[in-house]
Ligand binder design. Structure first.
Ligand SMILES: [Zn+2]
Length: 349
């Protein structure tokens, strides 16, 4: 893909990568597709590596280690996922503390997104420090490690914000039953919470996937869902402005809203700013935005996935696209799909 130019995505041959400086050599197995990839393919986002026009796409990875140096902590045959972000070279204070998901100066790089080739290839290399072991029994579901890392971070943020005082949440409302929402719901159930998921659709796989978790599916308007649930925590996964503001206004007292959905600019809504401020202050509410993930969150994600029902996880991967048809993965019409995956091999685990 040539970032910034729509219509430049294609499958092409490149030389095999050479592992350097203790890197792992990995066979790419599968690549997850998300909204960021679609934005890049539409020419709206993304940066090629310095001195080049084209970027190898892909940041949701699953691979099998082919070669691992002694002492790397990995062995040939291991399933792995690669971390997306690398710290800025300066580094800023956050990056210097390995919190590069919180980079302050924006000079971080990201595989498949910003200035570093992604994981959308049949062979890739990765430093062991930026690879995460995926439990063997997960098979193809291991491709969910990132986005689960993003959700693991969101839950960590909720926990840390909550712990500014006594914190014993009981009910969470997750808005949006896409991969982020479903995985947020999964972790909510693992944390012992009463989990509610709100989405517009009433058919397709989403209601069933929510019910299989032991959570409650809602398709009514958000104000009705908020009244019914009175959530202590909202994890907002849609980025739809009306939902965002309704969610902020609709938590219980001392509530937390974690915003994870990236909205388009220019979508305006009428907001009673005074009323909103009054409510936030008088209820000690907190709103926190959360994106990306550092290594701690990837490890938490790997643990959450390993503890989940592998059949349920595989049910999230609703669509597999063969490598030759990879460009078609980025402009599929919205429908009943949950996670679209490009198969980088005929022999998926
Ligand atoms: Zn930084």
């Amino acid at each position: 893909m040539e970032p910034g130019r729509q219509g430049t995505v294609r499958v092409e041959g490149l030389p095999d990568p050479e592992p350097r400086d203790g890197e792992l050599l990995v066979q790419g197995l599968a690549l997850g597709v998300c909204g960021t990839d679609k934005e890049i393919v539409r020419g709206e986002y993304g940066w090629a590596p310095p001195g080049r026009d084209r970027l190898v796409l892909g940041h949701e990875s699953l691979g099998r280690v082919l070669e691992a140096p002694q002492g790397s902590g990995f062995s040939a045959g291991d399933l792995v996922a690669g971390v997306v972000r690398r710290p800025d070279p300066e580094p800023c204070g956050a990056c210097a503390h390995a919190e590069w998901d919180m980079c302050r100066n924006g000079r971080y790089t990201e595989r498949g997104i910003k200035e570093v080739d992604g994981y959308g290839s049949e062979r890739w290399t990765v430093p062991p420090a930026y690879a995460v072991r995926v439990a063997d029994h997960l098979g193809l579901a291991g491709v969910l490690t990132e986005p689960t890392s993003v959700v693991a971070k969101a839950w960590e943020q909720v926990q840390r914000v909550g712990e500014r005082a006594w914190f014993a949440p009981e009910r969470v409302l997750v808005t949006g039953a896409g991969p982020i929402g479903l995985l947020a719901a999964m972790i909510g159930v693992q944390r012992g919470l009463e989990v509610h998921v709100l989405d517009r659709v009433t058919d397709g796989p989403k209601p069933g996937l929510v019910e299989q978790l032991g959570a409650t599916y809602h398709s009514e308007p958000i104000d009705k869902a908020l009244d019914a649930v009175n959530p202590d925590v909202v994890i907002e996964g849609t980025g739809v402005p009306d939902l965002v503001f309704d969610a902020i206004a609709g938590t219980s007292s001392y509530g937390i809203v974690c915003l994870t959905g990236v909205s388009s600019r220019g979508r305006t809504v009428q907001v009673d700013g005074g009323g909103l401020n009054r409510e936030l202050v008088l209820e000690n509410d907190a709103i926190v935005g959360s994106v990306n993930a550092n290594l701690r969150h990837y490890r938490a994600a790997a643990d959450a996935l390993a503890a989940a029902d592998p059949d349920w996880l595989r049910g999230l991967v609703t669509t597999r696209i063969p490598l030759d048809d990879a460009p078609s993965a980025f402009d599929r019409p919205p429908g009943d799909e949950v996670k679209v995956v490009i198969a980088l091999t005929d022999d998926l685990p």
